[in-house]
Design a protein around this ligand. Sequence first.
Ligand SMILES: Cc1cc2nc3c(=O)[nH]c(=O)nc-3n(C[C@H](O)[C@H](O)[C@H](O)COP(=O)(O)O)c2cc1C
Length: 217
Amino acid sequence: MTDPDDALARHTDYGAERMDEGDLSDDPLAQFETWLADAAGRGVYEPNAMVLGTLDSAGILQSRTVLLRAIDERGFAFYTDRQSRKGEALSANSGATLLFPWYPLHRQVIVTGTVARVSDEDSDAYWRSRPHGSRIAGTASRQSRPIASRAELEARVRELEEHYPDGVDVPRPARWGGYRLAPTRIEFWQGRTSRLHDRLVFSRVDAGGWNLQRLQP
Ligand SMILES: Cc1cc2nc3c(=O)[nH]c(=O)nc-3n(C[C@H](O)[C@H](O)[C@H](O)COP(=O)(O)O)c2cc1C
């Protein structure tokens, strides 16, 4: 077994890959898609997993992982229970961040922006694409609320499975749906040797344009 102290003391040098201004697309969303494809192609587990940071009504930062399910010029979409802890935070404060931790590639992307609900049509379309079991689970679970036992949750699942056997449509609960983060800042980080990393940040300057800046590592 690995000694946990070894993990704390390790100094990994982050390879020889580089990121120059000229290497990046002018469009940060296109650049993001290139890096997402790299992450998928180079074997990153769950490359579309991202850490969503939100602020609750008391100003306390919260974070958790969610899966990116769509990306287009409007932004980054994910799906969840809107009555969850994150849903409550997003109702109180629509500002949020998404962090993609692609450690095996020595890369990280941090996206900052404002979150809004996706349309009911988009939520319905994504709900229908989910496996039957996931739709049952999404209906059974009131995400982030306490429950007395696992048995109670599983009993609720069995009840729903009787009501909606395999092949029968499970309707989308009104509380379940998507959010889309419209980015105002996207930072690309490429690890370099001796901690002299590359950081390039796109900031939204107006409805159509982005400004690119290099930050010190
Ligand atoms: C790899 C991974 C992917 C996840 N994807 C989602 C997701 O797409 N949507 C979601 O609601 N929760 C997802 N979760 C669970 C969340 O991290 C979290 O536990 C849940 O959404 C409740 O968060 P909240 O109480 O802050 O609202 C995922 C967790 C992991 C580890």
